[in-house]
Design a protein around this ligand. Structure first.
Ligand code: ZN
Length: 151
């Protein structure tokens, strides 16, 4: 019988086995490392952002559990070609989904395929695995703003 839960699981397994946009990005003008000590997940994200504040390309490298890898893979697909303000909207929606009450439906209109990760809220210890990549992109953008200020 078809179940939505199985479909979600298949997407996560698929992205874990064959992560999209995996590897170093060259050239790239923003990057950052993220680490989740609770699980041992390590990520490095690379972004190429153009003058119009559009994420032209985004990749990641690292080692982590299936949730952190699938989340980073899905995130890179979702963010490629998006503006930085769209990133902020997705960041907020993803964070809200991961920390929402069990009964709350994810905002699929905003999240699209990222909604497959809504199941992590059943496992509080895995929420940081799913949100690590988003925090890493955020810090990549903030680091850039900082170095731009000191120049
Ligand atoms: Zn993890």
């Amino acid at each position: 019988m078809f179940s939505l839960g199985d479909l979600y699981q298949q997407v996560i397994i698929d992205h874990t086995k064959a992560p999209r946009n995996f590897g170093k990005l060259e050239p790239c003008n923003h990057d950052a490392e993220g680490y989740n000590p609770l699980c041992g997940d390590q990520l490095h994200v690379y972004l190429q952002v153009n003058d119009e504040q559009i994420i032209e390309d985004i990749t990641f490298e690292g080692q982590g559990c299936s949730i952190s890898t699938a989340s980073a893979s899905l995130m890179t697909e979702a963010l490629k070609g998006k503006s930085l303000s769209a990133f902020q909207g997705l960041f907020d929606a993803f964070h809200a989904m991961a920390t929402a009450d069990m009964d709350d439906k994810p905002n699929e209109e905003v999240l699209g395929k990222l909604a497959v990760l809504a199941g992590v809220k059943e496992f509080p210890s895995r929420i940081k695995c799913a949100t690590l990549c988003w925090h890493t992109v955020k810090s990549a953008m903030e680091n850039a703003a900082q170095s731009a200020r000191t120049e």
